[in-house]
Write a protein that binds this ligand. Structure first.
Ligand code: S3P
Length: 425
């Protein structure tokens, strides 16, 4: 599997904020992460790929970023843009942020509001959209912030801004979200204390710290593994093994759900690598049954709903997925993209508020559809997976978008026996 996208962004950003050289093994070299690498370089850090494939970041220290001489372009990446807003919010410089058409539609108010409370000034387009200009605070204030939406990106932005603020910055999350930032901050020497609070957590960070460079190993991305996993489950006769997949429990909601549906997925050789749980996964084609997926599970599988909906289309009976409001503000409106795409493939679906219901076929749906990828890599991959096992092929209108998170996806799937090919115009 390619390296974890969330962890790769954080490795570059924290490496750039640390003093000394950080070596990163297994960095995801997808478009999104390469944009973050370019951004930290534009801010004065060095980030280079070595001949052995490992990356080295030479950091500038907390508060050491220099004002960039040009616009920072984060491409398709909400994580890159939001985390870097936080990383720059408590340093007195001016930076202009932009991205592609998808990212320029996505809400930035969720990070702008807390960062403004810390003293940053942010001037954005209507609806808090990019392009925006950030003026970092010269006297940053620590804050206590309760997340209005369960978002690891917002939590991380506040914590990164808190690094250069005096005193203690704290975040309360009503539902626990991925904790890669907290883990990696500790790895770089910061004091981060996490306490359980109901279904959520309180995270407290001591500010004005010096981060020390620390080597990292990036595990395989469970959100990328989701695609070959579901493909193997729905294609009769399949049996695959995927090595080195990140198993952080705040990321494994899909495995829990597929397990409840009857999927035969075995975790082999569970271990710790680079401060994160990792395992190899053995996956065998399975007969799936529809289930109810509770809203509280959403943060631990937020990027996996498109491909879960595909698995649900092959299952016997109904799958009901609740609490999907956040899917509307991802790389595309994934709730409508999934529903429209499945309907085009002959699957009965219903959206009711934030709930998506898929009527499983208990076999192969028709397929035979042309799907608009909407600048959304996960929509593109989910429908290619559906096409693999449907009665008739499925096409997507943009394969390039897959490179944001999973370069080599088509080659890897074809290596497993799939037939995915570019349609020549
Ligand atoms: C991410 C968090 C999630 C996820 C995104 C990556 C991260 O977004 O959808 O792909 O790396 O922190 P939210 O935290 O905004 O839900």
């Amino acid at each position: 599997m390619p390296g974890d996208k969330s962890i790769s962004h954080r490795a570059l950003i924290l490496g750039a904020l640390a003093v000394g050289r950080t070596r990163i093994e297994g960095l995801l070299e997808g478009e999104d992460v390469l944009r973050t690498a370019a951004a930290v370089r534009a801010l004065g850090a060095a980030a280079e790929r070595g001949a052995d494939g490992a990356w080295t970041v030479s950091g500038v220290g907390v508060g050491g970023f220099a004002e960039p001489s040009d616009v920072l372009d984060f491409g398709n990446s909400g994580t890159g843009a939001r985390l870097m807003l936080g990383a720059l919010a408590s340093t007195p410089l001016t930076a202009v942020f932009t991205g592609d058409a998808s990212l320029r539609r996505r809400p930035m108010g969720r990070v702008a509001r807390p960062l403004e409370r810390m003293g940053a000034r942010i001037l954005a387009r209507d609806g808090d959209r990019l392009p925006l200009t950030l003026m970092g605070a010269s006297d940053p204030l620590p804050i206590g912030y309760t997340l209005p939406v369960p978002s690891a990106q917002v939590k991380s932005a506040v914590l990164l801004a808190g690094l250069n603020a005096p005193g203690e910055t704290s975040v309360i999350e009503p539902l626990a979200t991925r904790d890669h930032t907290e883990r990696m901050l500790r790895h770089f020497g910061a004091t981060v204390v996490t306490t359980a609070r109901g279904d959520g957590r309180e995270i407290r960070l001591k500010g004005e710290v010096e981060l020390k460079a620390a080597d990292l190993v990036v595990p395989g991305d469970p959100s990328s593994a989701a695609f070959p996993i579901v493909a193997a489950l729905i294609l009769p006769g399949s049996e695959i093994e995927i090595s080195g997949v990140g198993m952080n429990t705040l990321r494994t909601g899909l495995l829990t759900t597929l397990g409840e549906m009857g999927a035969r997925i075995e975790r082999v050789k569970a271990r710790i690598a680079g401060g994160e749980e990792v395992a190899d996964l053995a996956v065998r084609a399975s007969t799936l049954t529809g289930v109810e997926v509770p809203a509280e599970r959403a943060p631990s599988m937020i990027d996996e709903y498109p491909v879960l909906a595909v698995a649900a289309a092959f299952a016997k009976g109904k799958t009901v997925m609740r609490g999907l409001g956040e899917l509307r503000v991802k790389e595309s409106d994934r709730l409508s993209a999934v529903a429209e795409g499945l309907a085009a493939c002959g699957v009965a679906v219903e959206i009711d508020g934030d709930t998506l219901t898929v009527e499983g076929f208990g076999g192969r749906p028709r397929g035979n559809a042309a799907i608009a990828a909407r600048l959304d890599h996960r929509i593109a991959m989910a429908f290619l997976v559906l096409g693999l096992a449907a009665e008739r092929p499925v096409s997507i209108d943009d394969g390039e978008t897959i490179n944001t998170s999973f370069p080599g996806f088509v080659r890897l799937m074809n290596g497993l026996g799939a037939t995915m090919a570019e349609v020549k115009a």
